[in-house]
Design a binder for this molecule. Structure first.
Ligand code: NA7
Length: 531
């Protein structure tokens, strides 16, 4: 069966839901495809115990509709996975886009028909849809990394991934011997929950991460009232900020202007309730970052009773912010419980998974359950999961063989009218992803409207504009402490053999938004217009 629409949207997370609504608002016909059975994207798949957003919910939300802001009540300042997924369902229903989505359906291939100027999209249910505009709202962290550990398939017990936690049944861990591999944000959140019920918890840590207190708790009613008074002003303020949100409790004093006692005072205040990442106004300076990093390491160490465990839980190889820091009020104390044990993999690496458990260079650890919190093939992984072919049949895999290349984090040379929100070289996870979803989708549909108004059916970025944008991304990364020296998924370092390229634009949300809209105001000088 082949049908034709103006727009196909793949994915029903923050960006996908809003893209479907935008298409309808602009009078375009639209189809959505989602591989899950419900909306939610990240918040559908990562349904593991303890999953929670580390950006405050009053920031991590839509602001395009005043009624949505006024009608939704968050139960916690940093909401959990189930609540965020309920919120996305609420928005999708209110915007009446659920009917446009075909669930449980993967988009497997998309190829550009140059003669017709249309994308031909093939799905796992055998349907083919052609469209003028293709929006891949597939997320940056939606392709789980295959654990590069020998023997994974041999394990005779139960195995789970945090990134695709079962939703159709409750996972029973009570009284079981559980191994958790990975101590990024997902591991740090799931481990304390596992420890509440399991008889033994063995945490396999390769690299320690910074763990700071959450900013969770009840919502401040004055804050809520302020947001509801003028949501559009809040929306605008987010777009004019550095990170796409306005965190509370940012430092007002400069590291360079304080003496040592003043610095410690500011750091302590930030630890106790303010925003430690921005404890100082000049927190971006390497010397301020070093002070923040050392302060956090000390506070982390204090929470763990056993000196060996404390030493190993404290990060040693990167400065704070070099990769995504974790937040938890209970993670470190979990290691004070007698049934929870840290295994430091650099000293005693995993040799293989066996039918009975995990064998390290030091011991065989019998397990009933293994939980893989091993992360994602970030940014390019989800794109490569679809067989995408652009002009002259050139594939995205070939085009990105040396790493992702695009312009303004949304479009790729040789792939006209293909839009990739949340992709490489956008502010991505170094910004508020909800604000970014709205901004990118607005820009995409403003671009589409411009094309229609100017009788230009297609556009794609110029090759030299992409080179410029990659250099801009690198230029700003060089200013961020640890960005280029830390091994992280930001630069593809978590996937063996993946080309190393820093993939997150850290020039700030305001600059990013202005650069996008300057293109539109000037008639897209960085793009080739076709037709
Ligand atoms: P992350 O942050 O990529 O963390 C993955 C963790 O898994 C990390 O500790 C890795 O250690 C570890 N890992 C990966 N492969 C292995 C193997 N083979 N052996 C041992 N340990 C391994 O993913 P998350 O899901 O926690 O968080 C993703 C994002 O979600 C996060 O950035 C936030 O934006 C929210 P490593 O550090 O590579 O040594």
């Amino acid at each position: 069966m082949t049908s034709q629409v103006d727009v196909v949207v793949v994915g029903a997370g923050f960006a996908g839901i809003y893209a479907l609504w935008q298409a309808r608002q602009r009078g375009l016909s639209v189809r959505g495809f989602e591989r899950g059975s419900d909306v939610g994207g990240t918040w559908y798949w990562n349904a593991y115990p303890g999953a929670r957003c580390d950006v405050e919910s009053y920031n991590y939300a839509y602001f395009f509709d005043n009624d949505i802001v006024r009608q939704w009540n968050w139960s916690d300042a940093c909401a959990g996975q189930a609540e965020i997924q309920r919120y996305l369902r609420f928005v999708a229903e209110r915007c009446e886009v659920v009917k446009d989505i075909t669930f449980n359906t993967r988009v497997q291939a998309a190829s550009f028909d140059e003669a017709k100027g249309m994308w031909v999209v093939e799905t796992s249910n055998g349907e083919t849809v052609s469209c003028r505009y293709l929006v891949l709202a597939i997320g940056a962290l939606s392709d789980p990394k295959t654990p590069d550990i020998e023997g994974v398939a041999d394990f005779a017990g139960e195995a789970y991934f945090t990134s695709s936690w079962p939703r159709d049944r409750k996972v029973g861990l009570r009284g079981k011997r559980v191994g958790v591999i990975g101590t990024g944000s997902s591991g740090v959140q799931v481990i304390p929950e596992v420890a509440k019920v399991a008889s033994e918890v063995h945490v396999f840590q390769r690299t320690a991460n910074y763990v700071t207190p959450t900013r969770g708790g009840p919502m401040d009613p004055r804050l809520v009232a302020g947001l509801r008074e003028d949501p559009q002003a809040v929306r605008q303020a987010f777009r004019e900020s550095y990170g796409g949100h306005v965190p509370l409790g940012m430092g007002t004093e400069r590291y360079t202007e304080l003496d040592e006692a003043g610095r410690q005072r500011v750091l302590q205040e930030a630890w106790e309730g303010n925003y430690i990442a921005l404890a100082f106004r000049d927190a971006y300076l390497p010397e301020a970052n070093a002070a923040i990093s050392e302060f956090i390491r000390q506070r982390m160490r204090e929470q763990v009773n056993d000196p060996w465990t404390a030493d190993h839980l404290v990060p040693w190889d990167h400065p704070y912010g070099g990769k995504r820091p974790c937040q938890s009020d209970v993670y470190l104390q979990t290691f004070n419980q007698p049934h929870v044990r840290l295994i430091a993999l650099p000293e005693t690496p995993i040799e293989r998974v066996t039918p009975e458990g995990i064998k390290t260079s030091a011991a065989m650890i019998p397990l009933d359950v293994i939980i893989y919190a091993t992360g994602f093939d970030a940014i390019s992984g989800p794109v490569f999961a679809i067989d995408i072919k652009g002009i002259k049949g050139r594939s995205m895999r070939e085009t990105w063989a040396d790493g992702p290349l695009n312009y303004l984090g949304t479009m790729v040379h040789g792939f006209p009218n293909l839009f990739l929100p949340s992709s490489a070289m956008s502010p991505s996870v170094l910004s508020n992803m909800a604000t970014l979803a709205e901004q990118q989708v607005d820009f995409i549909f403003d671009t589409i409207e411009w094309l229609d108004e100017h009788g230009r059916p297609q556009l794609h970025p110029r090759a030299d504009a992409q080179v410029f944008w990659r250099e801009e991304t690198l230029r700003y990364a060089q200013r961020r402490p640890g960005a280029l020296t830390t091994k992280s998924w930001y630069s593809g370092a978590n996937i063996p053999g993946k080309p190393r390229m820093f993939m997150v634009y850290c020039g700030g949300f305001k600059r990013y938004n202005e650069t996008c809209y300057r293109e539109l105001a000037e008639g897209f000088p960085g793009y080739e217009l076709m037709g």
